[in-house]
Design a protein around this ligand. Structure first.
Ligand code: ZN
Length: 393
């Protein structure tokens, strides 16, 4: 764009040229050139004004969306700069080159400014997004809900720890068991009442093989972990000191003292010279470890098909200390497990000589031990999933 001084110089030059003009033809040519110059000045000023307007709009744009609108207005298909460049063809040739060059320069300049502002806005928008999600350190902390082990799993491990300390190891067996391991090899003959349909979950046998028992098939959900004893004695020669923890199933309706699925820990010791005294000592040691040194134990004669003699074990009530209360039904004692000396018939099934070896076995319900240890009145509370109850342990 020409400045005032340049225009004055130009004026003087035109005056000089006009004075020197030799004829009308030269004069006409000069007139035309002067007109063209003025016209291109106007164009240049218009373009410069547009440039200033767009650059201001670009720096004013507060977000990417507004900036994109400015880009469309200037350089879009029907944008002002685009249509200006499109109209160059209609200008007289001397102006065309000049205006074209200027307009292209301005387009490049606007594009550059748009890109710079785009990057700026993208950076600040990212920062704003990060800030929005950032931690407000002035807010009170949100406590992490720490998971805890379920009481049943904990008591199960506690029982295992006590026996591991006595030199026992942990054995596992299948939850779907055959009639042989669950009953027969444990000295419960086919007519034994515990094998009734009403007590056991039989698995439907699709093999078509004839069943040897009164139930649906020879395959069932184990009613006790005692079958693991048989598996272990088949595979391992004495001395044997194992516990077998695991889930067992009974056709019981859930009530305060029964669950259709519960956890049992079975124990077995087979060695030379094992006596009933060893069994009693082991049980007493276990009870004191589990319930406390002040708790007493007693054995009552009982019957189990796979042990002879057999006994039920009671531990003194932790609430009344043996005086009798509602929790112990006024007896002062709580029944915790069954036990006995391994029946020689059971040894016969697994080829262990009862003249050389003897042993004892015991079995307890983990849920029952948990309830007795923490004075929980109802077994169902352990499996109902009420976190207000379970979080206490
Ligand atoms: Zn009591």
């Amino acid at each position: 764009m020409a400045g005032t001084d340049e225009i004055l110089v130009l004026k003087a030059k035109i005056q000089e040229l006009l004075e020197k003009a030799e004829n009308a033809q030269v004069l006409e040519r000069l007139k035309a050139e002067i007109l063209e110059f003025i016209s291109s000045e106007e164009n240049q000023q218009a373009i410069a004004a547009l440039r200033a307007e767009f650059l201001a709009a670009i720096s004013r744009a507060k977000d990417s969306h507004t900036l994109d609108q400015v880009r469309i207005d200037a350089l879009g298909k029907s944008g002002i700069i685009t249509s200006y460049l499109g109209s160059i063809g209609k200008l007289p040739p001397p102006q065309r080159a000049f205006v074209g060059k200027t307009a292209n320069e301005i387009r490049a300049h606007i594009e550059e400014a748009l890109e710079a502002r785009r990057l700026e806005l993208a950076a600040s928008e990212l920062t704003a997004a990060i800030d929005a999600r950032a931690v407000d350190i002035t807010l009170p902390g949100r406590a992490q809900q720490m998971g805890t082990r379920h009481l049943i799993s904990r008591i199960n491990d506690e029982i295992a720890e006590i026996f591991l300390g006595l030199g026992y190891s942990v054995a596992q067996g299948p939850e779907v068991e055959t009639d042989y391991y669950n009953f027969e090899a444990l000295n419960a003959p086919p007519d034994h009442p515990s094998r009734g349909l009403a007590d056991t979950f039989y698995v439907r046998d699709l093999s078509g093989a004839a069943s040897a028992v009164a139930g649906e098939s020879d395959v069932l959900l184990r009613t006790q972990t005692s079958g693991v004893q048989v598996h272990v004695m088949e595979q391992q020669k004495p001395p044997i000191y194992i516990i077998a923890p695991g889930k067992v199933y009974r056709r019981d309706v859930a009530d305060p003292s029964h669950l259709p699925q519960f956890t049992q820990v079975e124990g077995l010791a087979v060695d030379k010279g094992i006596t009933f005294g060893d069994l009693k000592g082991t049980i007493e040691y276990f009870c004191k470890q589990m319930f406390g040194q002040d708790r007493k134990t007693r054995l009552r004669a009982h019957y189990f098909p796979f042990t002879e003699p057999s006994a039920e074990v009671d531990v003194s009530c932790g609430i009344c200390g043996g005086e009798g209360c509602r929790f112990c039904k006024g007896t002062g004692w709580l029944e915790i497990m069954g036990c006995g000396m391994v029946d020689p018939n059971v040894f016969g099934y697994v080829g262990i000589d009862p003249e050389v070896y003897s042993g004892f076995a015991f079995g307890m319900g983990v849920e029952r031990i948990a309830c007795l240890k923490y004075n929980v009145p109802d077994l169902r509370m352990l499996v109902e999933g009420d976190m207000r109850f379970l979080r206490q342990f």
